[in-house]
Ligand binder design. Structure first.
Ligand code: ADP
Ligand code: ADP
Length: 227
């Protein structure tokens, strides 16, 4: 079955004593290995939807069924934010290895995994650098390496390139295309950039309205060269 199965999801926040519905009647089934991009204008509830999946927001209705390993021997989800959130006092490689400390790996094993992930994102030469020595795009690559290092069943990306200049952003998008081809990872990628969505996605889901609903759900045929 699908790795994520959302049915009739609604979610409301209490604001100034008033209940505001943010998401309403969402149905979304994500098959394993799909690269799903969720687009929609700012404030429509995209981040909230990701937060539901990692248990940081509680739905007010509907069901969310995860087809991830119930024993949690594998990490179900890892999240990449708009800002890299690196630890400034740790070298790049140790930032990537950081999330592995709870995975019962020895220090050499953690370093080895981290080095492989840095290679995947093209930053092998930067392993010994400090975060402040990297450009914004490089820091975001480190964040992606750190998220992939725990081998999550699903990779969640919340506007990961929105803070980058357009040249850096295109480079990172191509990097993601490469990682997608190399790993076949299930990805939920949130953006407000339609071009980015169409370039990266196997499928685009458009959230619109207040409360946010699924306004369009389109599966795209590969391959699509950059316009
Ligand atoms: P998007 O990611 O699409 O920009 P968000 O999911 O961040 O949208 O936010 C959707 C709406 O929910 C916004 O109006 C936001 O202000 C509101 N919101 C988000 N988190 C909370 C919260 N913890 N409490 C109250 N309102 C919130
Ligand atoms: P961007 O255009 O992405 O902002 P920067 O101008 O910040 O890039 O950095 C360009 C290059 O210079 C990058 O390869 C980065 O690693 C390197 N760099 C930036 N700041 C430092 C620093 N303080 N020490 C060493 N290298 C740096």
């Amino acid at each position: 079955g699908p790795i994520i199965d959302i049915r009739g999801l609604s979610l409301a926040y209490e604001r100034n004593g008033r209940r505001t519905e943010i998401l309403s009647a969402l149905d979304l089934a994500v098959p394993r290995g799909q690269f799903l991009v969720i687009v929609g204008e700012s404030g429509v509830g995209k981040s909230t939807l990701l937060r539901v999946l990692i248990d940081l927001a509680k739905p007010s209705g509907g069901t969310v069924h995860l087809g991830t390993d119930p024993q949690k021997t594998r990490t179900p989800m890892a999240l990449v934010f708009q800002d890299a959130r690196l630890l400034p006092w740790r070298r790049v490689i140790d930032n990537v290895a950081f999330g592995l400390e709870r995975h019962g790996l020895s220090k050499p094993e953690r370093r080895e995994r981290a080095a492989a992930m840095l290679k995947l994102v093209g930053l092998s030469d930067f392993a010994g650098r400090w975060p402040h020595q990297l450009s914004g795009g490089q820091r975001q690559r480190v964040a992606i390496a750190r998220a992939l290092a725990v081998e999550p069943e699903v990779l969640l990306m919340d506007e990961p390139f929105s803070a980058l200049d357009s040249f850096t952003r295109e480079g990172l998008q191509d990097e993601i295309q490469r990682i997608k081809a190399q790993t076949g990872k299930t990805v939920l990628f949130v953006t407000h950039d339609i071009d980015e969505a169409v370039y990266l996605a196997d499928r685009v889901v458009v959230l619109a309205g207040s409360p946010g609903r699924i306004a369009a759900d389109v599966t795209l045929a590969p391959p699509r060269p950059r316009q």
